[in-house]
Each structure stands twice: as structure tokens, then as C-alpha cells.
Design a protein around this ligand. Structure first.
Ligand code: PHE
Length: 347
């Protein structure tokens, strides 16, 4: 019996040493230490032995039992540790991996140029205001000294808006320029007025490299006592120097707009040839960038201002055109085709 116990112990420990996982270990425990194990049977049979043998066999059997229990507990602790480490290794996150790049947006070139133009005027004390794109005919034309039969209306091919609620047809338009904001601002405020008005305007026009039916304008208006044409020229020259560079030259020539008198067109020297004449400036050396003029006395009277006391100047430019000149863009349609190869050049 003692031999049987020794053999059992050796066999059990050998097997235990080969066990690599906890399930096997449990099977091993049932085989060698369970209720129906060989060892348990021996222990239970001890009572039937001769009294002289009981003590020795009992002691050896109990020794074997405690060795097996001790060794298997140690093995279990070892295997549990290994399993824990394996789990930690499996769940490890490699924080050193470079992240996926975040797709970052950027400002549209028209937003950039608008911001730049507006900033130039803000530095001169102008407020930024905005107004409605769906506008009364009264503000878009009538109060700007463009009556219904006036031939000047032909210059602005107008989108008329279908009206309901008893408003007669033909009284609501998509504004053809930002100039109606001159009226709205003069009605809402009292001089001194200095405002810059960025916004969209619409004309019923065929699209080509320099025309779109939906486009932007930036309107400016200054009304105060003693404002003269010299203020207009000085202000717009300061703007041109801020946006295009201090070395640029400006030219003012007479032009006609019904809501200004005198009216002017402002040009800057051609960026390509610097005034000597080339294809871009059609050999004139100059590129027109905006319409301007002294606010017409009739317009001032229309909003209740006394033209003997107050004078002012107004101007309107197309930021698309300014951006095209500044960045050398040759097709206005590029602003709206959403081609990233184009857009990403402007940061
Ligand atoms: N509103 C004019 C246009 O769209 C531009 C302009 C604005 C001219 C202000 C003079 C004064 O052509």
C-alpha cells in the first residue's frame, strides 16, 4: 500500500507538471483528489488495516494528500497568473500608432477675400451690416432713383418673385445689387453713417467666365456733414492699398448710376503689366473694380435727409472680381464648382 501511495504521488506530480491550462487542472484534481479518487479510496480503507499499519499508512496517505493539494494550488496560481497576463496582452492598445489624419475644412476663397475687404473698411471705422436677398422693388429700384420706365433698369436683368397675400405681382425681386441697403440703413440710422454691406445679389443672366446669375457684392456707404468726393477717393484708395498693396495706383473716371451724382468707376493699375498694357487689361493698363459716387440728392430726400446739410458717398464692388484680380483666377465659375484642387490653394 505504501508503494501504491508512492507510485500514485509520483504519477500525479508528473502529470501535474505537464498541465498547461485550468480546465486540465480541474480534471486532474477530480482524478487525484476527488471523492472517487484512488487516494480517497485508500484513506477510506485505512480503518480495515491492522492497527499497527493504520498509523504509518494513514500518515503517508495524508502527506501525499497535502503534497498534492499544495502543488496543485501552486500550479493553479501560476496558471491563473499566465491567463491574466495573456488577457492583458490581448487587450493592450498601442498608443504609439500615428492617428488617422482629421479631415480639416478651410475658408472658401470668397470668404477670405470678403473678410479681407471688410477688415480694411472696419479699420476705417465702418460697421458691418447685412440685409435681405428677397427685396422690395421700392428699395431695389424706386428709392434708388430708378423709376419703372427708366431705361437704366435694363442694366439689371431682374428675377421677380411670385407674391401671395395680396401683394401685387412685380413688387418683390431678388435684389440685383446690394444698393437697396443704402436705403434701409439711411432709414434705420441717422448720420454719421459708415457701413459696409457684404451679401448676395442675383441677375437674370447667362453664365460665362465672368458672369454668374448669383454672385456677391460688397456695398459701402458714408453719410455725414461735409463729405466730399475727396473723401470717396481717399477712402477707396486706402482700401485698394490695404487689399492689393501700397504700391498700387488708382484711377477714377466718370460713370453713370442713377443713385449717385457725380458717378464714378474706380480702376487699379493692371497687376499683370503694371500699367503698360497687356491682354488681361485689354491694353489699357487699368482694371475696373467698382462703381461709386456721391449719393444723389433725390435719394437723400427720399429718406428724409436734407441734401443741403448731409452729403455722402456710396460704392459697390464684386468680391469675385476682386478675388480673381488678386489671385489671378480666370473663371468665375470655379468659385462654385467645389473642386478641392482649386479651393485648397487658398489657405
Ligand atoms: N449697385 C451698383 C451695381 O450693382 C454699383 C454701385 C454701388 C455704384 C454704389 C455706385 C454706388 O452696379
Amino acid at each position: 500500500m505504501i508503494e501504491q501511495l508512492e507510485e500514485l504521488k509520483t504519477r500525479a506530480l508528473e502529470e501535474l507538471a505537464r498541465i498547461q491550462d485550468l480546465d486540465r487542472l480541474e480534471e486532474w484534481r477530480i482524478t487525484y483528489l476527488g471523492k472517487r479518487s484512488e487516494l480517497n479510496q485508500i484513506l477510506r480503507g485505512i480503518g480495515t488495516l491492522a492497527p499497527a499499519d493504520r498509523r504509518t499508512v494513514g500518515q503517508i496517505a495524508n502527506d501525499v494528500k497535502s503534497v498534492l493539494e499544495g502543488e496543485s494550488a501552486a500550479r493553479r496560481a501560476q496558471l491563473e497568473q499566465i491567463a491574466r497576463e495573456a488577457e492583458i496582452a490581448r487587450e493592450r492598445v498601442d498608443v504609439t500608432l500615428p492617428p488617422r489624419p482629421i479631415a480639416r475644412g478651410q475658408c472658401h476663397p470668397l470668404s477670405l477675400i470678403t473678410e479681407e475687404i471688410v477688415a480694411a473698411f472696419r479699420a476705417l471705422g465702418y460697421d458691418v451690416v447685412e440685409g435681405p436677398e428677397v427685396e422690395w422693388d421700392k428699395y431695389n429700384f424706386e428709392m434708388l432713383n430708378i423709376p419703372a420706365e427708366h431705361p437704366a433698369r435694363d442694366v439689371w436683368d431682374t428675377f421677380y418673385v411670385k407674391t401671395t397675400d395680396g401683394i401685387p405681382q412685380g413688387q418683390v425681386v431678388l435684389r440685383t445689387h446690394t444698393s437697396p441697403m443704402q436705403i434701409r440703413v439711411m432709414q434705420a440710422r441717422r448720420p454719421p453713417i459708415r457701413v459696409i454691406v457684404p451679401g448676395r445679389a442675383y441677375r437674370y443672366e447667362a453664365t460665362d467666365a465672368t458672369h454668374e446669375s448669383e454672385f456677391y457684392q460688397i456695398e459701402g456707404l458714408a453719410v455725414d456733414e461735409h463729405i466730399t468726393m475727396a473723401d470717396l477717393k481717399g477712402t477707396l484708395t486706402a482700401f485698394a492699398h490695404a487689399v492689393f498693396g501700397p504700391e498700387r495706383r488708382t484711377r477714377f473716371r466718370v460713370d453713370f448710376f442713377p443713385f449717385v451724382e457725380p458717378g464714378a468707376e474706380m480702376a487699379i493699375d493692371c497687376h499683370a503689366c503694371r500699367g503698360s498694357g497687356c491682354r488681361i487689361c485689354k491694353n489699357t493698363g487699368w482694371i475696373e473694380i467698382m462703381g461709386a459716387g456721391m449719393v444723389h440728392p433725390k435719394v437723400l430726400e427720399g429718406v428724409g435727409y436734407d441734401p443741403a446739410k448731409y452729403t455722402g458717398f456710396a460704392f459697390g464692388m464684386g468680391p469675385e472680381r476682386v478675388a480673381m484680380l488678386k489671385y489671378g483666377i480666370d473663371d468665375i465659375r470655379l468659385f462654385k464648382t467645389n473642386d478641392l484642387r482649386f479651393l485648397q490653394q487658398f489657405r
